[in-house]
Design a protein around this ligand. Structure first.
Ligand SMILES: Cc1ncc(COP(=O)(O)O)c(C=O)c1O
Length: 369
């Protein structure tokens, strides 16, 4: 049997037909950019995530850049971020002319801690922090980090590219996030059929500025109050996302069930499955296990031999990337991000994996000698 790491084409029965019909309607009415469907999607997104303001944009990287600028991060400002994230988080800081400073993550929670952020603030005196929530979890110390940033006057922006549908302390992670962003890249839990992203905020001021930045800094059609970008969400993606959102709860339940079964049924001395912290409700984006760096290569070969897809999210620390050399302002490292990068292994996990596929993965991994 062959089990891919991810299959993004397992749609619900009526999803394909509905999206197709509505796509034909768009082809006929010519609302290709913007238009009512974008507004409709933004309203559904706001309601699903329980946020004050939700905006669509072109992709998750633009979303971070727009959020940084809208929140007041300017040229040469210092921005802290975790050493373990996707490169887009680092890249966005540089793209708005600011300077990235990395802080190490915890080996236990794989996320930032209040203590690490405090150390970063004391050492680097940053203007902003990009808090990243990885693996379909939330950073378990989010509430403490929000409080710390408020006390220290550090602008907090949360990269929730992997965290749509995640809860912390029983509440949507996005509800009280001052400014947050997401990605609707097709492989995300709420994926578009191309690139798309989103920005969330509790501030009407930030929402208004972000809206302008997304659309050439426009204050009216031919008046431009800001230097922005063209990062508008297209109507086809808004349509696809709007229909996907209707099925999101079922998709997330299906993913969570896969992660749960791996944790409960895989029993192998070389793999340690990591669960999100007790105050976090995951969305099932990724299954996460750790191995010793020495044992991982042989296990990967075994997975390949048995045609089981896998991931290593992410295989390198940000501060170690060749592209970081000329941009990194400074770092605090205890070697944790690097160790996680060499130890992490992700098994197949996607919405509507069949029980047969899940059982095959479990049995094959349990039989690994
Ligand atoms: C943590 C994180 N941040 C940012 C991004 C960037 O999103 P996009 O690929 O939509 O630009 C991603 C997507 O892969 C991500 O996982």
């Amino acid at each position: 049997m062959k089990v891919p790491f991810i299959d993004i084409l397992r749609y619900e029965k009526n999803f394909y037909e509905t999206v197709s019909e509505k796509t034909v309607a768009l082809l006929k009415n010519g609302h290709f950019v913007g238009g009512p469907i974008v507004g409709e999607f933004e309203a559904s997104l706001k309601s699903y995530t329980k946020t004050e303001f939700a905006l669509g944009c072109a992709n998750g990287t633009d979303a971070i850049q727009v959020a940084l600028r809208a929140a007041g991060v300017e040229k040469n400002d210092k921005v802290l971020l975790p050493d373990m994230t996707f490169w887009a988080t680092f890249e966005s800081v540089v793209n708005v002319g600011a300077i990235p400073f990395t802080v190490d993550v915890s080996r236990e929670t794989l996320h930032l801690t209040v203590a690490a952020v405090k150390e970063g603030i004391e050492k680097f005196n940053p203007k902003a922090l990009l808090l990243v929530h990885l693996y379909g979890w939330a950073c378990p110390e989010t509430l403490g980090i929000r409080k710390l940033c408020e006390e220290k006057g550090v602008i907090l922006i949360e990269d929730c590219a992997q965290a749509i549908g995640v809860k912390i302390e029983g509440q949507s992670l996005l509800t009280n996030a001052y400014v947050a962003t997401t990605s609707f890249y097709p492989a995300k839990v709420l994926g578009a059929s191309g690139d798309a992203g989103g920005i969330f905020t509790t501030s009407s001021q930030i929402a208004q500025t972000a809206q302008k930045l997304i659309n050439h800094g426009r204050t009216s059609h031919y008046e431009h109050g800001l230097i922005g970008w063209n990062s508008r969400l297209g109507a086809y993606e808004a349509n696809f996302l709007n229909e996907s959102l209707k099925h999101l709860d079922a998709r997330l339940d299906s993913r969570r069930a896969v992660c749960k079964q791996y944790r409960e049924k895989i029993n192998h001395p070389q793999l340690k499955f990591i669960s999100p912290a007790a105050n976090v409700w995951e969305n099932g984006y990724l299954s996460v296990a750790l191995m010793t760096p020495e044992s991982r290569p042989a296990f990967i070969e075994y997975l390949k031999k048995h045609e089981i897809g896998y991931g290593t999210v992410y295989p390198g620390a940000m501060s170690e990337q060749p592209g970081a050399v000329n941009h990194l302002g400074g770092k605090i490292s205890h070697g944790n991000a690097d160790w996680i990068a060499k130890s992490v292994i992700n098994l197949p996990c996607f919405a509507y994996m069949t029980q047969q596929e899940v059982d095959y993965v479990i049995e094959t991994v349990n039989n690994y000698k």
